[in-house]
Design a protein around this ligand. Structure first.
Ligand code: ADP
Length: 457
């Protein structure tokens, strides 16, 4: 029997795009995406140019499927009851309290939606972990289902999402691989087959791989840790370039031409951001420590530390180049999202650079093509709250932040420009005018302490 009705709990960066693509590729399946957040669901049901998340190609997919076989709702109970298959795509932030605080993944939302499934289900369900979770989370999910789910027998699968923000739709259309982990029992294997039948509608058979559930859970953490490690490796070399006069772009090209290494993820930056890399690596560090593997934990922890060093180094370079003092100098920050083509700002290096500059007395002008003023102020406030040795009031710092609505107002009347996110829009800037006006520009690819202008052609 083919699956006809599925739902996804969590309408965020993972749930929204993934379910939209499943609805597009499987017109016979009714897909409902539910969320506790009423505003978010309203936005998913609202104008296509104001969907709650931005991804190139997403609005086109939603346009075709919404109201046909894709629905967004706050009625979690009804969606659970009607669905045979339930994806869990809720957020798993880093724990802020208790054991593992600051590193381990906070499973509060996963637990709460598992409890909802146990409470509302009247038939057996196939429950799929879509969010990145620590290895052996499925065990916890099964425990809750067994103790609170009555006599029902649910199956738990792991099907981690490997798409990258900014290219999510492209990645979902043409996935490198789809990984499905499940139990080797007859019912476990049956559940896996049902999920494979969904993906087979557009993913070539050889790209769909299966494993036991623990391998599947750990593969996602391992993938993110390896990708982040590549960024930190090249970023560590950018520091060495600045000391030696070597050029990081030449290094990236030369090293990346080695097929075994490849050109991707070898572009130096102000640091990696986003909701996954730091969180997942810290989670891996926690797990390694938990299993007594101190050296393994230290190794991966260093990848995150190097990222912090890179962000600090970038802002320190700006200060050094502005004669060691930026008090009441205006500095423009171009780009606020953690990378181009997304409006996601979680862990964006821009936030750290912004705070470092504000703390040293700068006045900021900030521009991002997609991120709104309210988000920028909230990001800064959130980080200020965590800063225990801050001497000034947060309102005093925030009063020095000017969020600009267009590039021109951001780059006019400023003492320096820093490019944090490589948005294509910034290539349109008339850099020769900036150079004529002798406004220093800081950009990691250009050995910022040599104060060279971005060679944006
Ligand atoms: P991700 O990047 O992992 O997709 P997001 O924060 O973008 O994370 O999205 C997760 C979504 O899950 C949020 O919109 C949040 O409101 C929703 N959510 C969290 N817990 C629950 C829950 N128990 N039931 C329904 N939705 C939830």
């Amino acid at each position: 029997m083919k699956v006809k009705e599925i739902c996804c709990i969590g309408a965020g960066y993972v749930g929204g795009p993934t379910m939209s693509v499943i609805a597009l590729k499987c017109p016979k399946i009714r897909v409902t995406v539910v969320d506790v957040n009423k505003e978010k669901i309203k936005a998913w049901n609202g104008p296509l140019d104001k969907l709650p998340i931005f991804e190139p190609g997403l609005s086109e997919v939603v346009k075709e499927t919404r109201g046909r076989n894709l629905f967004f709702s706050n009625d979690i109970q009804k969606a659970i009851q009607k669905s045979e298959m339930i994806f869990m795509a809720v957020n798993t932030p880093t724990k802020t309290k208790g054991e593992g605080a600051g590193m381990a993944a906070d499973l509060r939302h996963i637990i709460s939606c598992t409890k909802d499934i146990a409470k509302y289900s009247k038939t057996n369900k196939i429950i799929i972990e879509k969010s990145t979770l620590p290895v052996r989370t499925a065990e916890k999910i099964k425990e809750i289902l067994n103790s609170e789910g009555g006599d029902l027998k649910h199956e738990v699968l792991s099907n981690p999402e490997f798409m990258a923000e900014g290219t999510a739709i492209k990645d979902l259309f043409k996935s490198d691989r789809v990984l499905i982990g499940g139990d080797s029992t007859i019912t476990g294997q049956k559940a896996m087959k049902k999920l494979i039948k969904i993906y087979i509608n557009w993913i070539p058979k050889e790209k769909i791989i299966t494993s036991n559930i623990w391998s599947s859970e750990l593969s996602k953490l391992a993938s993110n840790a390896m990708l982040a490690q590549r960024i930190s490796s090249i970023n560590s070399l950018s520091a060495l370039c600045e000391k030696t006069g070597a050029n990081i772009k030449d290094i990236s090209l030369a090293v990346g031409m080695d097929k075994r290494i490849g050109p991707h993820f070898l572009k130096a930056s102000v640091g990696f951001g986003g909701s996954c890399f730091q969180k997942d690596i810290l989670n891996l560090v926690y797990l390694s420590n938990y299993y007594g593997l101190k050296e393994v934990a230290e190794y991966w922890h260093q990848v995150v530390k190097l990222n912090d060093y890179q962000k600090k180094r970038f802002s320190d370079n700006i200060i050094k180049n502005l004669d060691g003092s930026i008090s009441n100098k205006t500095i423009t920050i171009l780009g606020w999202s953690f990378k181009p083509n997304t409006n996601d700002t979680r862990e964006s290096p821009a936030i750290y650079v912004g705070i470092n500059l504000l703390k040293k007395g700068a006045i900021l002008k900030i521009y991002d093509p997609l991120v709104k003023k309210a988000q920028i102020i909230q990001d800064l406030n959130n980080l200020i709250k965590l800063d225990s040795d801050l001497k000034v009031k947060s309102s005093e710092l925030i009063s020095k932040v000017n969020v600009c609505l267009d590039i021109d107002s951001a780059i006019n009347k400023t003492d320096a420009i820093s490019i944090i996110t490589d948005w294509a829009d910034f290539k349109q800037i008339k850099w020769e005018n900036i150079r004529k006006n002798k406004i220093p520009v800081f950009h990691i690819l250009n050995n910022s302490n040599h104060n060279v202008y971005p060679d944006i052609n």
